[in-house]
Design a protein around this ligand. Structure first.
Ligand SMILES: Nc1ncnc2c1ncn2[C@@H]1O[C@H](COP(=O)(O)OP(=O)(O)OP(=O)(O)O)[C@@H](O)[C@H]1O
Ligand SMILES: [Mg+2]
Length: 262
């Protein structure tokens, strides 16, 4: 199963993606991919040593694509670099059993629209490999824009989860993402409502999502333990009393019951 988590900045994408990845890795092999420019998935899993994102691995990008990252316009380089070994070799293990591996993609400076620079080609090829070729479960922590996904890769995404919170701003972003996702060929788009304080808020968001034709997979309450975990730099799964974690566990169960695996 290949899952992409998106939504407006600060809604809780990384919190959800990180906790889901750990929970699902109890049963499956999982790749958690940080494809957000902010790059804090590792931190949210309690891993704080500095990691070079793939987009900044100049030597590797040159070796695989035949071109310097960010270099000349019109330079000839391989559009289909060989990268199938990289998800394994470049990932960080969450713990010693190696069932959860984390990859940090980094960002590509865009030189105008539709950048086809070597770094971008590498990142896209790695995502394509993980989503189309690999059997492992994949959880992508993404920004609201989904341009890293080419059409063929997008079509292989089983589920896109848009995280929304009570407030029109995140819902406007959700609506934009829903449209982008549909345009690019992602079939299943659902929402998770985060930071819910009461049923009035939950109903408000649910209704707006309903108007967009987006079903709600689950809700996560506003929970001080999420903030505490963030302050202590530890993964949310270390706090079994967290009501947010308990809701995410339910969401994980729903996921496994409802989405066809292939
Ligand atoms: N259920 C919750 N209850 C309370 N605080 C929360 C909850 N979910 C997330 N937060 C807090 O909101 C902030 C943003 O969360 P998170 O980093 O997961 O969002 P994000 O969407 O990944 O943000 P960004 O767009 O910056 O990557 C964090 O400080 C986190 O602790
Ligand atoms: Mg994030």
């Amino acid at each position: 199963m290949k899952i992409a988590v998106t939504g407006k900045g600060g809604v809780g994408k990384t919190t959800l993606a990180g906790a889901l990845a750990v929970i699902l890795s109890e049963k499956y092999k999982v790749y958690a991919i940080d494809a957000d420019p902010d790059m804090n998935l590792l931190g949210s899993l309690g891993i704080h040593q500095p990691i070079t994102p793939i987009s900044k691995m100049k030597g590797l990008i040159k070796e695989r694509t035949g071109a310097e990252p960010g270099s000349s316009f019109g330079e000839v380089f391989k559009i289909n670099p060989t990268i199938s070994d990289l998800p394994e070799s470049l990932s960080t293990n969450y713990d010693s059993d190696g069932k959860l591996k984390i990859l940090v993609m980094g960002t590509v400076d865009k030189g105008g629209d539709g950048c086809v620079c070597p770094a971008s080609v590498m990142l896209k090829a790695i995502l394509r490999n993980l989503i189309i070729k690999k059997d492992e479960m994949v959880i992508l922590d993404m920004e609201a824009g989904i341009e890293h996904l080419g059409r063929r890769t997008a079509e292989a995404v089983d589920l896109m989860i848009i995280v929304a919170e009570p407030g029109l701003k995140s819902l406007e972003t959700a609506s934009r993402i829903k449209k982008l996702a549909t345009d690019i060929g992602i079939q299943n788009v659902v929402a998770v409502i985060n930071k819910v304080s009461n049923s009035m808020e939950e109903k408000f968001v649910e209704e707006k999502l309903g108007q967009m034709g987006v079903d709600v997979l689950g809700s996560i309450p506003r929970d001080d333990i999420v903030v505490q975990a963030d302050m202590e730099g530890r993964p949310l799964v270390d706090y079994p009393d967290s009501v947010a974690l308990q809701s995410i566990s339910k969401i994980a169960e729903n996921l496994l019951n409802n989405v066809p695996s292939n």
